[in-house]
Design a protein around this ligand. Structure first.
Ligand SMILES: [Zn+2]
Length: 173
C-alpha cells in the first residue's frame, strides 16, 4: 500500500496519478516527447529494463508496455492543469483589481490624508505596483491556487476513475 499523499488538504484516492501529474504536465507542455516506453496501466515512463512500474507496481509481464501516453489519458491530466491555472489567473486578477482600487482611493483621498499631493501620488503608485504584485501573488498561487489544486485534482481523479471503469468493461468483454 502506498500511503496517501496529501497536498493542499486534498488526498488523492490514486497516489500514482497524483505523482504522475508533473510528468504528464511535461508531456502536455511538450518539454519531453510523448514517445518511449510507458506502463500499460498508469502510463508512467519506464526505463528500458524496468519490469515493475514504480508508480502503480504493475508488472510489465502482466500488462504490455505502450509506446506513448494515449491522448485520452493526457486529457485527464490536462483537466487538472487547466482548472488550477484558471484559479491562479483569476486570483491574480482579483489581487490586481484590489490594488487598482486602493490606487484610485489614494489618488482621490490621499492628499487629504497626508497633506501633500505628490507624496499621496507616490504612495498610490507604490500601492499599485508593489501592492499589485504582492496581492496578485497572494490571491493567485497562494489562496486561489490551493482551491484550484483541490478542484482540479478531484476532477482529474473522477475522470481517471471513469477511464478505469471504461477500460475494465472493455477488457472484460
Ligand atoms: Zn504504472
Amino acid at each position: 500500500m502506498t500511503s496517501p499523499e496529501e497536498v493542499a488538504g486534498y488526498v488523492s484516492p490514486y497516489p500514482y496519478v497524483q505523482r504522475l501529474q508533473d510528468r504528464m504536465d511535461e508531456i502536455l507542455d511538450r518539454q519531453v516527447p510523448n514517445s518511449g516506453r510507458f506502463c500499460g496501466f498508469c502510463f508512467a515512463r519506464l526505463a528500458g529494463d524496468t519490469e515493475r512500474c514504480p508508480y502503480c507496481r504493475t508488472e510489465t509481464a502482466d500488462l504490455a508496455t505502450v509506446e506513448s501516453v494515449p491522448r485520452e489519458a493526457l486529457l485527464i491530466y490536462r483537466a487538472k492543469k487547466r482548472t488550477e491555472e484558471r484559479w491562479v489567473y483569476g486570483g491574480a486578477m482579483l489581487g490586481l483589481l484590489i490594488a487598482a482600487g486602493v490606487f484610485v482611493a489614494l489618488v482621490v483621498y490621499g492628499t487629504d490624508l497626508v497633506g501633500s499631493r505628490s507624496i499621496a501620488l507616490g504612495i498610490a503608485f507604490l500601492a499599485l505596483i508593489g501592492g499589485g504584485y504582492v496581492l496578485a501573488q497572494l490571491f493567485g498561487p497562494l489562496i486561489c491556487g490551493q482551491v484550484g489544486y483541490r478542484r482540479g485534482s478531484r476532477k482529474r481523479d473522477e475522470l481517471w476513475a471513469a477511464f478505469l471503469e471504461k477500460r475494465g468493461s472493455e477488457d472484460g468483454g
